[in-house]
Design a protein around this ligand. Structure first.
Ligand code: ZN
Length: 205
């Protein structure tokens, strides 16, 4: 990322929305936005291998591993506005596990990019499948979208629930239910929730 070009772009943006980029409060804003964007999109430059390096362990353990309530913050690719919430991940090990502290870092790698919630959910599930080759993996993401809330459109849809279920989580209803029970999603959320499919959310406008 070329910081000078990003700063110039933000200066242009400030002028175009009718602001005076020279006034006190804004004079360092292009620099701040550039730094902030660099962090918020740092997932593009992160290497999964490096993140997981040394944290894969062979085990004789076949019970469900679950990590709940992982906070994440991402930017919607349609409006460059935040969406954020919680990610819940479970997998059934085949012969190896990953250090638990690495799982939230995997979420960061994919959330610190321009995203849509459905793809974020799928990418997290796929990377766990590819690296751990588990018997199954389940990922549920619940998020609030500021592009919906702030723009005053479709307020009722500002909250979205997505899921990706692979292997045993897709094929075995009991495994899937065990995961969903552990999440203790609100009853109405669970009813609205078809774990076999990724919900389609139209985010136009
Ligand atoms: Zn959006």
């Amino acid at each position: 990322m070329n910081k000078d070009r990003v700063k110039t772009a933000i200066e242009v943006l400030l002028a175009e929305i009718g602001e005076d980029a020279e006034r006190d409060g804004l004079v360092r804003t292009p620099e701040r936005v550039s730094k902030s964007l660099e962090f918020l999109t740092s997932g593009y430059s992160q290497d999964i291998e490096a993140v997981l390096n040394g944290a894969l362990f062979s085990v004789d353990y076949s019970e469900m591993v679950i990590v709940k309530d992982i906070d994440f913050y991402s930017l919607c690719e349609h409006h460059l506005l935040p969406f954020f919430g919680k990610c819940h991940i479970a997998y059934l090990p085949r012969d190896r596990v990953v250090g638990l502290s690495k799982i939230p870092r995997l979420v960061d790698v994919f959330s610190r990019r321009l995203q849509i919630q459905e793809r974020l959910t799928n990418q997290i599930a796929q990377v766990i499948e590819e690296t751990l080759k588990p018997l199954g993996v389940g990922v549920v993401v619940e998020a609030t979208h500021l592009c919906m809330l702030m723009r005053g459109v479709e307020k009722q849809n500002s909250f979205a629930l997505t899921s990706a279920m692979l292997g045993a989580f897709r094929d075995d209803a009991r495994t899937r239910m065990e995961f969903l029970e552990l999440l203790k999603l609100r009853g109405d959320m669970r009813a609205a929730f078809d774990p076999a499919r990724i919900s389609e959310r139209n985010d136009g406008g």
